[in-house]
Design a protein around this ligand. Structure first.
Ligand code: FA5
Length: 341
């Protein structure tokens, strides 16, 4: 077979392989076989040395024509594969730039903080000042000044975290009553929201760290009627509707008489559940008229002044308002829970 015939046959074979290559890999294999440095065309060009100058010119032209033809086919197919690969990638990574951006996610106040602020607004509008007290307290303010002497059984009701130096983590916000009387004298209207601590068994309605909101009013001729008025205002502001409450006698050494205001459990509607310990009622607002000994401890004359005080279970109030079925959610720091408020 002459070189010219070999070339024509090679061109037909190579063109078919290039045109029918199934993918970029097959195309590259065909390119190496025919157009590569050691490929079929290169082999033929080496053999041209054996030809006469006339034959060489003729075959050279032929060879160039075949080479250009095959290279053009190769380039066309290669561009086709590259475009297909790009299309596939774009289809996979499709981005709709006209969609609205998700935007920054705003932070929120903890539900406890929200309710605390609502109550602060309410009570300041009623002429109360918002005051604060230390979380690390002395035994005197937490117990003795509140008419709870050492060995009094009421101390056992509030399991206490003691510090090695004799201080304690306050078990309630009531020590602020005495601190406020010392600081401001009478007449006095204060609320004191804050964190308190008890070394107790944990369950759906008991935490070791929780919030209370102390309220106190001292004036001349304060009555249980005044106390009920402010406590009802508080509940109306938080629940915005009638809630069923009951008032029963309660014993706290720092009030006389003392009461417990319970709210019908809003989680079960009074039927009984783990939050209300199956009783249908939740203890929320113990209260009473301030004991004369406490007024004295605060530097006031009980002959001249009297007052009421209450100790709202703020964390439980938040549970009732939002229907939270376990107190431990509130301090767990789980964003899926917190983002609901
Ligand atoms: C007191 O702490 C008194 N200082 C309240 C008081 C103030 C009475 C002024 C009279 C005058 P008590 O121990 O019942 O009382 O707690 C008050 C409220 O705190 C309870 O009604 C309850 O709502 C809440 N509470 C008590 N223990 C826990 C706890 N472990 N976890 C969550 N809330 C609690």
């Amino acid at each position: 077979m002459s070189i010219a015939d070999t070339l024509t046959e090679l061109e037909t074979r190579a063109a078919a392989l290039l045109d029918d290559a199934e993918d970029a890999e097959a195309l590259e294999t065909a390119r190496v076989e025919f157009l590569g440095r050691k490929g079929a065309l290169a082999g033929i060009s080496k053999e041209m040395g054996r030809l006469t100058p006339e034959e060489r010119a003729q075959v050279g032209r032929l060879l160039n024509g075949v080479k250009q033809n095959l290279e053009a086919r190769y380039e066309t197919r290669k561009a086709g594969f590259e475009r297909a690969a790009l299309d596939a990638r774009l289809a996979g990574e499709w981005l709709d730039l006209t969609l609205p951006a998700p935007g920054p996610r705003p932070g929120r106040l903890h539900p406890l903080t929200q309710i605390m602020r609502e109550l602060e607004d309410l009570f300041t509008s009623l002429g109360f000042a918002v005051v604060d007290g230390p979380e690390v307290e002395t035994e005197w303010y937490n117990f003795d000044a509140l008419n709870i002497p050492p060995a009094h059984p009421a101390r056992d009701a509030q399991d206490t975290f003691w510090m090695e130096d004799g201080h304690l983590l306050r078990t309630h916000t009531s020590p602020v009553q005495v601190r406020a009387m010392e600081r401001f004298g009478a007449p006095l209207r204060i609320i004191a929201p804050g964190r308190v601590f008890r070394n107790e068994e944990l369950d759906a309605s008991h935490e070791h760290t929780f919030y209370q909101l102390e309220g106190m009013m001292v004036d001349r001729h304060v009555s249980v009627g005044h106390m009920l008025y402010f406590m009802k205002s508080l509940l109306a502001a938080i629940f915005g509707r009638e809630v069923t409450v009951r008032l029963r006698p309660g014993f706290f050494p720092f009030v006389e008489p003392g009461f417990e205001l319970d709210i019908q459990c809003l989680l079960c509607g009074g039927k009984g559940c783990p939050v209300c310990k199956q009783s249908g009622w939740v203890e929320l607002l113990p209260c009473g008229l301030v004991h004369p000994n406490v007024l004295r401890a605060g530097g006031l004359d009980p002959e001249e002044w009297n007052g009421f005080a209450f100790g709202l279970g703020l964390t439980r109030l938040v549970m009732m308002r939002y229907g939270i079925d376990d107190i431990r959610h509130l301090a767990a720091g789980d964003l899926r829970f917190l983002r609901q408020f």
